[in-house]
Ligand binder design. Structure first.
Ligand code: ADP
Ligand code: UVW
Ligand code: MG
Length: 404
């Protein structure tokens, strides 16, 4: 069965084409800068030459049609016809309390995802565009949605409630949901396999640090707590998001700078984090480069980013009353040896002994970066959210076929 996995962001559409159940990746790619005249389409068909095109792509339906076109392109394509695709699986960031697992898309599911727009303003609207783009281009194909929030539905109320009037939870479901759940689930399973120990016995802190960043306390394979909250704004300092701040900063900034709520929200989501402190950008590669040239603001941004992450790791070790391993994943976690080194060097009191050489090695697979005698392990485990989506979609379609 051929399954297309779609991860629609506000200005991007990432995709992977899987042959299931073998889990072979037939092709992958992304459309970036949707909405601009110079959108970029990047396509990597397995065993064929990569393609990069710059062209005008103004909205998600067009982006999706371009993806369909390239998949069946006579030279670069990988399919004879789009009819070979039997299902589409989407990443959906916010599933609220309604979804503790993946589901097939119907009108009710779409309504619920729309109802949650306010809680994931950067993400959920784009997912609906992705679903609608599939409907417009392939009207009869079944679609599944896999939620970032689902894995964290095991959190106890002590973790998911905020100490604010209970009526806000009861009336409006204001609570911690947590995100990047597929990634936290995937890397914790892989970490247990890597360590050769049952996941049920392990206390892990998983650090998904990419553009968005969150860490999670994984006790016996279940999410016990996580740093993102009601929205993906809380917790760690990120590329452009502030993470934790004193909530009183919101009204004070509104009044002192004469800003609207929407403007402050945009400031915290899009103009904060590494970008705001460094004054350079949101990409950790740019920050590292600038540190090498002696840029003090870049150093400060890096130090704050590392310090805030390390505080969470310490907090989660305390929350679980112990720690077996810290897992680094996603763009920064998998690639920034400098960030991992800074975190691990300063956690020696927990029993983490970094192997500096192993950490610096330019490898891409699953690996340990602590010394053999290190009491607590530090691992780098590449995440694979697309594979989790492909697996869940495949399982849901098989189940649906069994029932019919
Ligand atoms: N070689 C690298 N060194 C340091 N940071 C990197 C490297 N490669 C990627 N990154 C970081 O990873 C981020 C993207 O992470 P990723 O997990 O792909 O994010 P997302 O899926 O949210 O778009 C980039 O913004 C950059 O900061
Ligand atoms: C939930 C979230 O922050 O996702 P991303 O890292 O893709 O922005
Ligand atoms: Mg991501």
């Amino acid at each position: 069965m051929i399954i297309l996995v779609v991860n629609a962001g506000s200005s991007s559409l990432k995709f992977q084409l899987y042959q299931m159940k073998d889990e072979t990746v037939l092709a992958k790619g992304k459309v970036e800068r949707i909405g601009m005249e110079s959108a970029i389409l990047h396509f990597e068909p397995a065993g064929k030459q990569e393609i990069r095109e710059v062209r005008e792509i103004l909205e998600h339906t067009t982006a999706f049609r371009k993806v369909m076109d390239i998949l069946v392109h006579p030279v670069h394509g990988i399919l004879q016809s789009v009819d070979q695709i039997e299902a589409v699986g989407h990443r959906v960031v916010h599933g609220g309390e309604s979804f503790s697992g993946s589901v097939l898309v119907d009108e009710e599911v779409k309504r619920e995802i729309k109802r949650l727009f306010d809680l994931a303003p950067l993400h959920n609207p784009a997912h609906i565009l992705g679903i609608q783009a599939v409907e417009a281009n392939m009207p009869d194909i079944p679609q599944a949605v896999v939620f970032d929030t689902a894995f964290h539905q095991t959190m106890p109320p002590t973790s998911y409630l905020y100490p604010i009037p209970m009526v806000l939870y009861k009336k409006h479901k204001i609570r911690r949901y947590g995100f990047h759940g597929m990634s936290h689930a995937y890397v914790s399973e892989r970490a247990a396999a890597f360590l050769g120990r049952p996941l049920k016995e392990l206390k892990l802190v998983t650090c998904h640090i990419g553009n968005g960043a969150s860490c999670a306390a994984i006790l016996g394979g279940r999410s016990m707590d996580t740093s993102m909250g009601m929205t993906p704004l809380e917790g760690l300092m990120m590329g452009t998001r502030s993470g934790d701040i004193d909530p009183a900063i919101v009204p004070v900034t509104m009044s002192k700078e004469d800003l609207t709520l929407a403007e402050v929200s945009s400031m915290l989501n899009r103009h904060s984090g590494l970008m705001a402190i460094s004054g350079i950008g949101s990409d950790m590669r740019e920050i590292e480069q600038a540190i090498k040239t002696g840029d003090r603001n870049a150093s400060l941004a890096f130090e704050m980013y590392e310090y805030r992450l390390r505080k969470y790791i310490g907090a989660y070790a305390a929350a679980m009353n112990g720690l077996d391993a810290v897992v680094f994943t996603a763009g920064v976690g998998e690639n920034s040896a400098m960030l991992r080194a800074a975190v691990c060097r300063n956690l020696s009191f927990l029993g983490i002994e970094l192997d500096e050489q192993a950490n610096e090695r330019k490898e891409s697979g699953e690996r340990e970066i602590t010394a053999p005698e290190s009491k607590v392990k530090a691992l780098v485990i590449p995440t694979n959210e697309e594979l989790v989506i492909a697996r869940d979609t495949y399982r849901l379609i098989l189940h649906r076929n069994d029932v019919e």
